[in-house]
Design a protein around this ligand. Structure first.
Ligand SMILES: [Zn+2]
Length: 377
């Protein structure tokens, strides 16, 4: 009798175990199906970086310190996003008047796998007449003025201990140091430019500021980020009128809401683009009998790029081809030239430099006009 109960007891445990395993398997399965269905990209996390802080005041005006203005705008921007787009997680690099090293600001964004990094600053210049807003993306400066600004913003690392080893010997005041940015492979340049353009457009049209445009320079705070990132100069504290404006609550609200609206537009645009892109069909078997295929080349590299790389974020069915010394990455495939032209329009936003290539049935690259002649026959 006792043995019988024990057997039943163990049998029950076994059933329970089996049940648990089954539930677990089911969960794994549904989650994998779920992730397959939900591979459309959605912007989930944004990091807002209030420039300077603590012992580093940044630029000064007659009354205002950059660190106070950037914090006020950053907190307002975060609140607008949290209130109006609650599904987006907002993370700040600082919420009080503290000193945060530049590399740690980028780390906050990387560690949290942010989708966008927004660094907020205020400009200063020796000519008090200069005013207006600029939004920077990472890259090599094109003018001396942009280099001067990058030097000024980067020189805050001199306040950090151990800055030579932390920034790989980078000297913020030497122009030679900036040459490294000409070799920079900025994977997220396109998206960064996209967001920057939205910001400057909002500044100009809705906040009625003078937009000095979208620019490039080697900002250390953007250097190590692994997502689209921008640095926004919200005006000049060295210009009296602009300083007054940036010191008022109303001015700060205008600036913050412009950056917020740009964020909303950017989010909508990239999410909409990813919907189209994820629907791309791989090469179909019917087409296998064709002589030539047209594809859209979106990247080319001397080293192989992982198909799951962030570079191709949200895009499925990427094909890799190795032609002589380079790897080419393509999306879409059709034996109809018209179809591929139509399709290319869908990805132009994300990959403006994409172009059509032709491949024969032996997977060899052939000149486009040769391919077009082949399909005419
Ligand atoms: Zn600054």
């Amino acid at each position: 009798m006792k043995v019988y109960f024990i057997t039943i007891f163990f049998k029950q445990i076994r059933y329970q175990l089996i049940l648990i395993v089954l539930i677990f398997l089911n969960l794994c399965l549904t989650s994998s199906i779920y992730s397959q269905e939900s591979n459309e990209y959605s912007l989930k996390t944004v990091v807002i970086d209030a420039g300077h802080g603590g012992k580093d005041p940044g630029t000064s005006g007659r009354k205002a310190k950059e660190k106070d203005v950037t914090l006020a705008i950053a907190l307002k921007l975060g609140t607008y996003i949290e209130e109006n787009i609650p599904e987006v997680k907002v993370i700040y690099t600082r919420t009080t008047d503290i000193f945060v090293p530049l590399n740690e600001r980028a780390e906050v964004a990387n560690k949290n796998k942010a989708d966008l990094f927004i660094s907020i600053h205020v400009d200063g210049w020796h000519n008090p007449k200069t005013y207006g807003t600029s939004t920077y993306v990472m890259g090599l400066h094109k003018t001396e003025e942009n280099l001067e600004l990058a030097k000024k913003e980067n020189s805050v690392i001199l306040l950090e201990e151990d800055y030579t080893s932390k920034y790989e010997g980078f000297d913020p005041n030497s122009a030679e140091s900036y040459i490294i940015f000409s070799f920079l492979q900025n994977t997220f340049l396109e998206q960064s430019l996209n967001y920057a353009a939205f910001v400057e457009n909002e500044f100009e049209t809705k906040a009625v500021r003078k937009s000095r445009g979208v620019k490039q320079a080697g900002f250390l705070v953007l250097w190590k980020t692994t997502m689209p990132s921008v640095l926004i100069e919200t005006g000049f504290l060295t210009n009296q009128r602009e300083e007054r404006y940036l010191l008022t609550k109303e001015g700060q609200e205008y600036i913050a809401s412009a950056i917020y609206r740009a964020f909303k537009s950017y989010k909508a645009t990239i999410e909409e683009n990813s919907k189209f892109i994820t629907k791309i069909e791989p090469k179909s078997s019917i087409e296998d009998t064709n002589e030539v295929f047209f594809k859209i080349q979106i990247a080319s590299s001397s080293n192989a790029i992982s198909i799951s790389s962030d570079y191709f974020k949200g895009i499925e069915n990427i094909e890799e081809f190795k032609f002589s010394e380079s790897y080419k990455y393509t999306v879409g495939s059709s034996s109809s030239f018209e179809k591929i032209v139509e399709f290319k329009k869908l990805i132009t936003d994300k990959f403006p430099d994409a172009f059509i290539i032709a491949i024969n049935k032996n997977n060899q690259l052939i000149p486009l006009n040769e391919a077009l002649n082949m399909i005419k026959k």
